[in-house]
Design a protein around this ligand. Structure first.
Ligand code: ADP
Ligand code: MG
Length: 280
């Protein structure tokens, strides 16, 4: 066997990126969650070729101060926790500080960001984990990420991507789920220049549901709002009239995070027993 060696940082980041970034939708998830954590009220997501050639995410959140820009791309760098004690009271979606370093390891990333205290914004380029440039630019407050050519330096992983259409549908499903869990944020989603979704951000969940699922569904909902045993539940359930034969329209969230849970799915379906036909 060859002798043991410690891997260099670029290799470490590339391997770690494989755990965080599987496909374009994983990048969109991380970047939109960052925008939400940055208190954005409007988030635009644009993809080309299913996100394989381009992902653009623009937010009007707090921005990143100039001196912190390179730090944000380091592994385990985060502004969201300071110590292990903070782990018990996390209010943000992110905290591991792995997303930006992972994305930068496997794609060509351009960041433009401006905090409101600064006169100018910063444009920063990093590709395959190596810094390319950092310049001042004029721009409004907030942050925009351009992620190009995902897996350009890991062809083996690139091969595992599905067709642009399939990748785009993964992104679309994700945006749908994020929009549903954040009615107070205006989401705009475009694919190959075509607008696909634009929510108002007026805070009314029912309006978001209308945008996504249309009038027939929205007209047949029951509002739920209950508290018991230290748990609060709110949202909408469909009347049996609009029941389906699959679980695609079952979306539930715990503390703002989308989850899939066979226990919750079963609880919901058990509660419907007697109101719907079998297998609905
Ligand atoms: P995490 O979200 O786990 O902290 P990330 O790698 O996703 O780690 O991001 C690193 C840091 O970069 C964040 O903690 C945050 O301070 C900053 N950041 C990333 N995206 C944004 C954004 N859209 N707006 C403001 N700050 C951001
Ligand atoms: Mg994050």
């Amino acid at each position: 066997m060859p002798n043991i060696q410690v891997l260099d940082q670029v290799t470490i980041d590339k391997i770690a990126a494989g755990e965080v970034i599987e496909r374009p939708a994983s990048i969109v998830k991380e970047l939109v969650e960052n925008a939400i954590d940055a208190k954005a009220t409007a988030i635009t997501v644009e993809i080309k070729d299913g996100g394989i050639s381009l992902i653009r995410i623009a937010d009007n959140g707090c921005g990143i101060p100039k001196e912190e820009v390179p730090l944000a791309f380091l592994r385990h760098s985060t502004s969201k926790i300071r110590s292990v004690e903070d782990l018990t009271g996390i209010a943000s979606l992110g905290f591991r500080g792995e997303a930006l370093s992972s994305i930068a390891a496997i794609a060509q990333v351009e960041l433009r960001t401006k905090v409101k205290e600064a006169d100018a914004g910063i444009q920063y380029r990093i590709e395959g984990g190596s810094e390319k440039s950092m310049e001042e630019i004029g721009m409004p407050d907030g942050t925009t990420f351009f992620v190009r050519q995902i897996f350009f330096n890991t062809p083996a992983r690139r091969k595992f991507l599905k067709t642009p259409m399939t990748e785009a549908s993964h992104v679309s499903e994700l945006i749908t789920r994020l929009a549903l869990s954040h009615p107070e944020i205006s989401f705009q989603f475009l694919t190959n220049g075509q607008p696909k979704l634009h929510t108002s951000g007026n805070g009314r969940l029912k309006d978001v549901i209308y945008h996504i699922y249309g009038r027939d569904i929205t007209g047949n909902l029951l509002e739920i709002n209950a508290k018991a045993n230290g748990i609060a539940i709110r949202g909408y359930i469909g009347k049996p009239l609009i029941s389906r034969g699959n679980r695609n329209y079952e979306n539930y969230y715990i503390n703002g995070r989308y989850v899939k849970s066979s226990i919750i799915a079963k609880a919901i379906e058990d509660a419907y027993k007697g109101f719907t036909m079998q297998h609905k």
